[in-house]
Design a binder for this molecule. Structure first.
Ligand SMILES: [Zn+2]
Length: 349
């Protein structure tokens, strides 16, 4: 805007009523949020300059980034529509307003982090997840009570259970493993006397005390895991049916359930007894990556001295996120994951 137009615009301020003035203040604050500008006076024109969609330019401010990414992915958290505009700030967070349902929200509305106290300690909590710390260590690091640390852990992990790749393609290794069932934290309705912490199964191999877990991993490292209600083709199909592409080549150990699934899904499959090296004529066909993954998962789980079965999906997600983030495993990446923007979810943006 040139100087004359700007002077005229300023003169108009005197003619505004209280409601109009309030609107201008909101709009200017919103422009400031969107542009990441230090001063709202950089562009004092109200409504015209406020875009209806949120600029996707990365921003140093984590909450703004979460807000933009969530709006781009999910739209308004109240009605799911995409017509959202900035609406100033509240409680130190950017605020947005949906032009359809007219409700306001912030970047964390509808996420497991909404309403969680002490945001200044979330990076410590994220660091505890990166390090794979026990609840006691995390409580100490975050300076919160043990019960709070436990609650935070599960709040931070809950959105990550949905963060799985959309597809596995090329050579896909899939194999099941068994995690010892635990009734930790469950004080009533125990089907049998509690074991001491950790413990070993009283029966070797597959028994009612071993929870089957399927892990499938393609050669890009994309990994899907799940606790299976039963080790059968239907349970495996529920997990892998929609994610393994028809063109994939499934490598497995020839177990009854996985081969039945592959036949039913009409996926080409190769039987590779584990453990064992690939055949010289087909060096790429093996299940060594997925078995190594099982090994890392179990070694990492051992520190928790038994995981409550109902929480096992959270622990699988925790381990999967450590693996997928790898060198990019920063506290900010984990906070984004906790807000529903995990590494796989971000890739599909
Ligand atoms: Zn809405």
């Amino acid at each position: 805007m040139d100087t004359v137009a700007f002077t005229n615009w300023l003169t108009g301020i005197a003619l505004l009523d209280a409601l109009q003035r309030d609107r201008v203040v909101r709009e200017l604050a919103a422009v400031d949020v969107i542009a990441g500008s230090d001063s709202a006076l950089d562009d004092p024109t109200p409504a015209r300059t406020v875009p209806n969609t949120i600029d996707a330019t990365p921003d140093a401010d984590l909450l703004s980034k979460i807000g933009r990414f969530r709006i781009a992915s999910f739209g308004c958290p109240h009605c799911g529509r995409g017509a959202v505009r900035p609406w100033g700030k509240a409680g130190g967070k950017p605020r947005y307003r949906c032009t359809v349902c007219r409700k306001t929200f912030n970047p964390l509305t509808g996420t497991p982090l909404a309403g969680l106290h002490h945001p200044d300690r979330w990076r410590d909590q994220a660091q505890a997840l990166i390090a794979g710390e026990t609840v006691a260590h995390a409580a100490k690091r975050c300076k919160v009570a043990y019960t709070t640390a436990f609650r935070w852990r599960h709040r931070f992990l809950s959105a990550l259970t949905l963060d799985q790749p959309q597809h596995l393609s090329g050579i896909v290794e899939a194999d099941e493993t068994f995690i010892l069932e635990s009734f930790k934290g469950k004080r009533s309705d125990l089907p049998r006397a509690s074991r001491t912490r950790g413990g070993t199964a009283t029966k070797r191999g597959l028994s009612a005390e071993q929870i089957p877990v399927i892990v499938a991993r393609d050669r890009t490292g994309a990994t899907i895991d799940a606790v299976l209600p039963r080790l059968d083709a239907a349970s495996i199909s529920a997990v892998l049916g929609r994610v393994i592409t028809r063109q994939a080549e499934l490598c497995c150990d020839g177990g009854k359930a996985i081969t039945a699934f592959a036949r039913r899904a009409r996926v080409t499959f190769h039987v590779l007894p584990a453990p064992g090296g690939p055949k010289p004529e087909a060096p790429d066909l093996h299940i060594n990556n997925v078995n190594a993954y099982h090994g890392r998962l179990k070694e990492w789980l051992a520190r928790f001295h038994g995981v409550a079965t109902k929480n096992l999906p959270s622990y699988l997600s925790w381990r999967r996120t450590i693996e997928v983030l790898s060198n990019a495993s920063t506290p900010d990446a984990w906070i984004m994951g906790a807000a529903g923007l995990g590494p796989y979810q971000q890739r599909s943006l």
